[in-house]
Design a protein around this ligand. Structure first.
Ligand code: F6R
Length: 574
């Protein structure tokens, strides 16, 4: 949430920052802004909406130093005044910020300024920095001691240098061609740098005279080692009109790619497990939580006790911790604040933690050290698709590995992946479903998990009110909602519950609800046929038409599936 990009060097900083912001736009796209120095004056330009709006305003500007920001609103509405950068009352420094200063109201009162230009916590933070003693880096360090909450900040000083600081939200800095760059995501550095530095929590940096100087929270200079850039796989990229469509279509390739990386067992053999593995607990948010639910099913099938938890619930819940459990944190971005908070908490309590992420060098990877990567490639569309499939798949492979069945299953897996089909949904069905006011997704067992994920996809990009329910639960209350205005999309891929689900469909039809059955089984209902693969693979097969359904309904409504409203690709606030 919120993207930061700063550049200082010989080349045009405004251009570099804009290019960086375009890559970071997945982190938020409510508004954007940039501060730079021109003729020794600190100037700031902002625009509501996408980066393209800002780009039009800064065309032809040249500066050697700039900080930029793309915003996902937390405090204060989507307005130009609330867009970053925010200037201090002296107008000497401009700050861009990713995170939340939780005690901003108290700090604001203490600052007693006559005038505030925005409703943001960031304007409070930049003024707090300004009123502290010392040079800018000292000011930032002491201000950060008073600030409660999370921040990644880049501050541009009017006299021509930058300072950075970080707590919880990500921030990286690197020597690039002709200069130095600070960014929220190392992906921006692809093609510009081979190495980068990760600012750890409560570390700070000063970028002056073509050099980066690092400081700890006590203001002491420290030396840091650089890390090698790890690149996303680009081999599997497909280019369609929207990222979401390309990413769904890449699913087969990225599953194969992921399998190739895991095939020889090396990655699994490096995983650190508890001495006596008694249970597996998976912790995640949103779509990643749904893949965790499916992962728990796989582990249970292999005889390993497993549970899946929503990170924001786990953190403040009363779960009993177990030294003999493996805690798996599933996250595409490796940045999600709720998931990170749980990982930090469990790590501190000495639990064995493992990150299952799609983002090399992510914060979650750093916390857990123990990592299982998914090789989905960069996922840009906000709605997660191919990354979900890779998470489910890696959890399946891991369940096989832990139960000693990985080697014997390899051949079957490769065969399935080579024949994997990406089933689309035709227009007639999309048109039909679009006519209904209420859309439900139902299923049993693993199909219920697919129903949950299908419903989330539809909600997040079409804004249609839909929800998923275990089909056996319909009769315990929700059937009351079923009428002529309702359509139920029923998923059915498991032999053992097939007949029960068919009875549930009859119950819906009896109440004048319409039903579309998504299944690989013969049946007498209106249905979307999907191919038959071994049961463990059916969640991977069945989710594809549901992702396409959400995509087509979104397109039909004229929305951009890549940038749904009120969402961001990485949710770095709790
Ligand atoms: C939905 C979606 C979100 C994310 C959730 C967790 O399509 O993308 O629900 O799954 O915000 O994100 P990660 O996986 O990055 O932790």
């Amino acid at each position: 949430m919120c993207g930061i990009c700063a550049y200082v060097g010989k080349e045009n900083a405004v251009k570099h920052v804009l290019e960086g912001l375009k890559i970071l736009e997945y982190r938020g796209y409510d508004s954007a802004g940039i501060s730079y120095i021109e003729n020794e004056k600190l100037r700031t330009i902002k625009a509501v909406g996408e980066i393209a709006n800002l780009e039009q305003k800064v065309d032809e500007i040249f500066s050697n130093i700039a900080v930029g920001h793309t915003r996902w609103a937390t405090h204060g509405g989507v307005t130009e005044n609330n867009a970053h950068p925010h200037l201090s009352f002296t107008q000497n420094i401009a700050m861009v910020h990713n995170g939340i200063i939780e005690n901003y109201k108290e700090l604001k009162e203490e600052l007693k300024l006559d005038k505030w230009n925005s409703q943001t916590d960031t304007e409070v933070f930049v003024n707090l920095v300004e009123t502290e003693k010392g040079n800018l880096i000292q000011k930032l360090i002491s201000a950060s001691q008073k600030a409660i909450g999370s921040f990644a900040v880049a501050i541009l000083d009017k006299s021509g240098f930058l300072v950075l600081g970080k707590r919880e939200s990500p921030l990286y800095v690197a020597y690039v061609k002709g200069g130095i760059m600070a960014v929220s995501d190392t992906y921006v550095l692809s093609g510009l740098a081979q190495e980068f530095f990760t600012l750890k929590d409560n570390e700070f940096a000063e970028i002056k005279n073509d050099k980066i100087y690092f400081y700890n929270k006590n203001g002491k200079k420290i030396t840091k080692n650089s890390e090698k850039m790890q690149f996303f796989n680009k081999k599997t990229q497909i280019f369609e009109k929207t990222h979401m469509k390309s990413e769904i279509l890449e699913t087969k390739d990225v599953l194969l790619e992921t399998f190739m990386k895991y095939k020889n067992g090396d990655i699994f053999s490096k995983v650190i497990l508890p001495k006596k593995l008694k249970e597996i607990n998976l912790i995640a948010c949103g779509t990643a939580y749904h893949s965790s639910l499916q992962g728990a099913e796989y582990f249970k099938k292999m005889g390993i006790s497993a549970h899946s938890y929503i990170a924001s619930e786990f953190r403040y819940g009363n779960e009993i911790l177990n030294k003999n459990a493996l805690y798996i944190f599933v996250s595409q971005s490796g940045e999600t604040a709720d998931t990170i908070a749980c990982a930090k908490m469990l790590k501190e309590k000495g639990m064995v933690c493992l990150a299952l992420t799609n983002t090399p060098n992510s914060y979650l990877n750093q916390i857990c050290e123990n990592v299982l990567p998914t090789f989905a490639g960069k996922e840009i569309a906000v709605a997660s698709t191919k990354a979900y499939s890779c998470q489910v798949f890696v959890l399946y492979l891991f369940s096989l590995y832990l139960s000693g069945k990985f080697i014997e299953k390899k051949e079957e897996i490769e065969k399935v992946l080579n024949n994997f089909e990406l089933i689309d949904v035709d227009k007639t069905l999309v048109d039909k479903i679009s006519n209904f006011e209420k859309i439900f997704f139902v299923g049993r067992g693993q199909d219920y998990i697919t129903a949950l994920e299908s419903s989330l996809k539809l909600k997040e990009i079409t804004y249609i009110n839909s929800f998923a329910i275990a089909s056996g639960e319909l009769k315990h209350g929700t059937l009351a909602l079923i009428d002529k205005k309702s359509i139920v999309i029923a998923l059915c891929t498991e032999e053992k519950t097939k007949e029960k689900l068919f009875s549930n469909i009859e119950e819906i039809l009896a109440r004048e609800g319409s039903v579309i059955l998504v299944t690989n089984f013969e049946n007498s209902f209106e249905s979307l046929k999907i191919p038959t693969f071994p049961s463990e693979f059916m969640p991977l097969i069945a989710i594809i038409p549901m992702q396409f359904l959400a995509l087509h309904m979104c397109e039909k409504l004229g929305y951009n599936p890549d940038k749904p409203k009120n969402l961001a690709k990485s949710v770095t606030v709790e």
